[in-house]
Design a protein around this ligand. Structure first.
Ligand code: DX5
Ligand code: ZN
Length: 228
């Protein structure tokens, strides 16, 4: 399941934009609409200014997501991510992504993620050169390209990252998933679909909409239009 989701077109709504007083309901709404990847934004107040979700919340939603046939895509925007890999894996993370800018011993951290039974991802900020991925292409299951500076949902899509995403698709082996995160909505998804990316994070465009199921449906329709 986790494997197949990595290389097919998937929408990954970020719960950062959800109503946390009704988190289970919000997740149910999008999963009923067909979503299979739930994106979890973990921030520590050091690597990025914001503080968000920890392993306790991941553990709280893991069973619901798994029983509905989905997976948890955990995006660590934290310093020293190697210290927390085990805790997030135990809490129920399926995919764990670390930032290359925050990982001193990246190769070791990626091995640690796989050893914990999770799929390993590496994220690059908008200004981080793609060459940072060159030596780890064989050690990752997916790469995540930030199209905003990490820290908050609801920011504007940085279109100058688009050529880097296209180059990433060419650099990475076909079995490695390519995820785009930040400012993806009904307009910008057309641009990112052209890059060859297959995993699309959307926070405010889904959970900030009046009807999150309809908003997710619209984005998934745009994706489905490319598979035909
Ligand atoms: C930003 C996070 C994103 C964010 C996406 O630091 O990594 O996942 O929640 O939110 P939108 O889609 O609103 O840009
Ligand atoms: Zn994210």
């Amino acid at each position: 399941m986790s494997e197949e989701l990595l290389t097919t077109y998937q929408l990954a709504p970020s719960i950062l934009s959800a109503d946390f007083s009704r988190l289970g309901e919000e997740i149910k709404t999008v999963m009923d609409a067909g979503v299979r990847v739930i994106h979890v934004d973990v921030m520590d107040g050091h690597y990025v200014p914001n503080i968000t979700i920890g392993p306790v919340v991941v553990a709280g939603i893991a069973r619901q997501v798994r029983e509905a046939g989905g997976i948890l895509d955990v995006h660590l925007m934290i310093e020293n991510p190697e210290r927390y890999v085990e805790a997030f894996a135990k809490a129920g993370a399926d995919w764990i992504c670390v930032h290359v800018e925050a990982s001193t011993h990246l190769n070791m951290t990626l091995s640690q993620i796989r050893a914990a039974g999770c799929k390993a991802g590496v994220s690059l900020n908008p200004a981080t050169p793609l060459v940072a991925l060159q030596e780890v292409g064989g050690d990752i299951d997916f790469a995540l390209m930030m199209t905003v500076n990490p820290g908050f949902s609801g920011q504007e899509f940085i279109s100058s990252v688009v050529p880097k995403i296209e180059r990433a698709r060419k650099l990475l082996p076909p079995e490695v998933g390519l995820e785009v995160d930040g400012g993806v909505d009904a307009d910008t998804i057309e641009t990112v679909l052209d890059t060859g990316a297959n995993l699309f994070v959307a926070g405010s465009a889904v959970f900030g909409a009046a009807d999150p199921a309809a908003a997710a449906g619209e984005l998934m329709n745009a994706m489905a239009a490319r598979t035909g």
